[in-house]
Design a protein around this ligand. Structure first.
Ligand code: ADP
Length: 571
């Protein structure tokens, strides 16, 4: 289970294998050296007691001081190297795969903890197995406490985050809807609701702070208990040890063999230092387990996303079809979103090279209808055809490469304007980019930008107007030189004059290609070869501008209304 969740990391760990090997060597050396530190101190204390006040004693002290400095110094060096290598590598992996919480710290602290604890434990056992047992007696409780607090802290933290997004959303809504709030005299109600959310936020934050405030005292009590036990039992052994037999000697000093449950002062100090030094690893271990659980949970989600197959994919056995002609047909097309039918029995053929405009009230299904052509949604097999073949029978890439689709909501990336236009086209030449910009009537605007085509747009660059964004999106569609161009209300933010220019230009560019555009403006649609009126998911009127006017239906109404608006605007 755990391994399955971690599997996506293996290739990354493999990629940085040599760094991991060097990192492990450093971790081993660092801890191997550091674990000797209490031992050296213990020896130093014992040597003070036994050696005579003499030249030899001074010599021993100098030796030990040198040793202590050497141990501390080399530990520092390896510690630096470990951090540098291990954290550096995991930052690179995170760059490929964002798992900030898990990798770096978790790997380093785990390795540190394991190596150091193993070493310290071995030395502690060699000093006194009994004392070691007492020292570790409270450990299971400590681990349970950390697990408990970790989970609760995480839960409360999530609740705070949720509250914070709620407050942000509320503020944003109140500001953008400030006119409505005023018009309906809701200022007080809004302020009261905002205040209530803020109080809830404070309450939740305080809960977290209280919990975190309890964690340390609880841990310290547990560890204090262990120290009391060790002092009590160990202290008695030291008193016994005054009369113990000294048998072995190394490191230039003496050591005792525990035959009678006794120890020297030096051993006792060493033992206590190990306990203090193990405090952090023990706590870190608890945290690592905690972070690990959370990390694997996030990894699980990332893994799900990475293995998710898009619903709309190539049918098995599709044959490449790089060039489409552009003849579109909807055949007895009905379409529903989760059971709600939005298109009913649509039958329509758009011959290659012709233009079709679609008008109709909001929600009548215009966007849905055109989205079925590049398979943004999938209709029933055989109800949407291009060149007489169901769209599902073409490879998706071939199908979409032939279609320039400009959606209602344009999206520009925080890149240069050139990259935004050439998006998805490999190695577009400067000529092609400026040709597309020209055709979409945005070239003049771009020439006026500080860095022309290299101007950054979006958050880090300049802000484009709604109309400029739409024209950039049209240029993006045109540069692909599509057989089929679909504009979904893509000129709504452009003024009528510019719109005329773009449309005239498009007629030239799209000559011999199929164009479909959705619009609310009669001025936009009147020149199309044919106009379809969509109402309640059905085509209720179809024909040229003049033909539709003669019908005296929806289109005539729309026309008269807009004529009146224009006249009023001129007055
Ligand atoms: P139009 O473009 O004419 O405004 P749409 O095609 O956008 O109409 O929408 C037609 C109907 O389908 C509307 O009732 C709309 O709420 C619904 N609809 C559109 N997109 C979705 C979707 N992704 N999921 C569910 N319902 C949708």
């Amino acid at each position: 289970m755990l391994l399955a969740h971690l599997r996506p990391l293996f290739p990354y760990i493999k990629k940085y294998r040599s760094s991991y090997i060097w990192g492990s060597v450093c971790v081993l050396l660092m801890n191997g050296i550091w674990v000797l530190f209490p031992l050296v101190i213990g020896r130093a204390i014992d040597s003070l007691k036994t050696a005579d006040v003499s030249q030899q004693m001074l010599h021993t002290i100098a030796k030990l001081v040198g040793l202590i400095l050497a141990v501390a110094g080399s530990k520092a060096i390896f510690q630096f190297l470990t951090r540098w290598i291990v954290i550096g590598v995991s930052r690179e992996i995170e760059f490929d795969l964002r798992i900030r919480m898990l990798l770096g710290p978790a790997i380093m602290y785990s390795a540190n903890t394991i190596v150091f604890t193993a070493g310290a434990l071995a030395f502690m056992l060699s000093i006194s197995p009994k004392l070691t047992l007492y020292a570790f007696l409270p450990l299971p409780i400590v681990s349970i406490v950390i697990q408990y607090f970790g989970r609760r802290i995480h839960e409360r933290f999530e609740k705070i985050q949720a509250m914070f997004s709620e407050i942000s959303a509320r503020v944003q809504e109140s500001f953008s809807g400030v006119r409505v709030v005023r018009a309906y005299v809701q200022e007080r109600a809004e302020t009261a609701a905002f205040e209530k959310s803020n109080r809830e936020y404070i309450a939740r934050s305080l809960k977290l702070v209280r919990l975190m405030g309890m964690l340390w005292p609880t841990l310290e009590t547990m560890l204090g208990l262990a120290i009391v036990l060790v002092l009590w039992i160990g202290g008695r052994e030291v008193i016994n040890g005054q009369s113990s037999i000294r048998l072995m000697s190394y490191l230039g000093t003496t050591t005792t063999l525990n035959l009678y449950g006794s120890m020297t002062v030096g051993d006792f100090v060493t033992f206590n230092m190990y306990m203090v030094l193990l405090t952090f690893p023990v706590i870190a271990l608890g945290w690592v387990i905690n972070i690990f659980q959370r990390g694997t949970a996030s990894l699980g989600r990332i893994y799900e996303l990475m293995t998710e197959r898009p619903e709309i994919a190539d049918a098995p056995g599709v044959v490449p079809h790089p060039e489409l002609h552009g003849d579109i047909e909807f055949r007895q097309l009905s379409f529903a979103y989760n059971g709600t039918t939005v298109l009913h029995d649509v039958n329509l053929r758009i011959p290659a090279g012709s233009s079709l405009a679609i008008v109709g009230p909001t929600g009548s299904g215009k966007t849905t209808l055109v989205s079925l052509i590049p398979r943004i949604y999938d209709a029933d097999p055989g109800s949407v055809l291009i060149d007489g073949e169901p769209v599902r029978d073409y490879p998706l890439t071939d199908l979409r490469r032939n279609i320039g689709f400009v959606p209602q909501e344009t999206f520009l990336f925080s890149e240069t304007i050139r990259e935004n236009i050439a998006f998805g086209v490999q190695r577009a030449s400067d000529e092609e980019v400026s040709w597309a910009a020209e055709a979409a009537n945005i070239a003049t605007d771009i020439e006026g930008f500080p860095d022309k085509y290299r101007t950054l747009v979006g958050e880090r660059g300049i802000t484009l107007s709604g109309g400029q964004k739409q024209r950039t999106a049209i240029a993006r569609a045109l540069i692909r030189n599509p057989r089929i161009l679909i504009l979904d209300d893509a000129l709504s933010s452009v003024d009528t004059q510019t719109e005329d220019k773009i449309l005239n230009h498009l007629r030239e560019v799209m000559h011999g290609r199929t164009t479909i555009f959705i619009s609310h403006r009669v001025s936009t649609v009147r020149n199309a070869d044919r106009i379809a009126v969509l109402h309640g998911g059905q085509i209720v009127e179809l024909g040229s501008h003049d033909e539709l006017l003669a019908l005296n239906g929806y289109y005539t109404d729309l026309y008269n209304k807009q004529l009146l608006e224009e006249e009023l605007a001129e007055v």
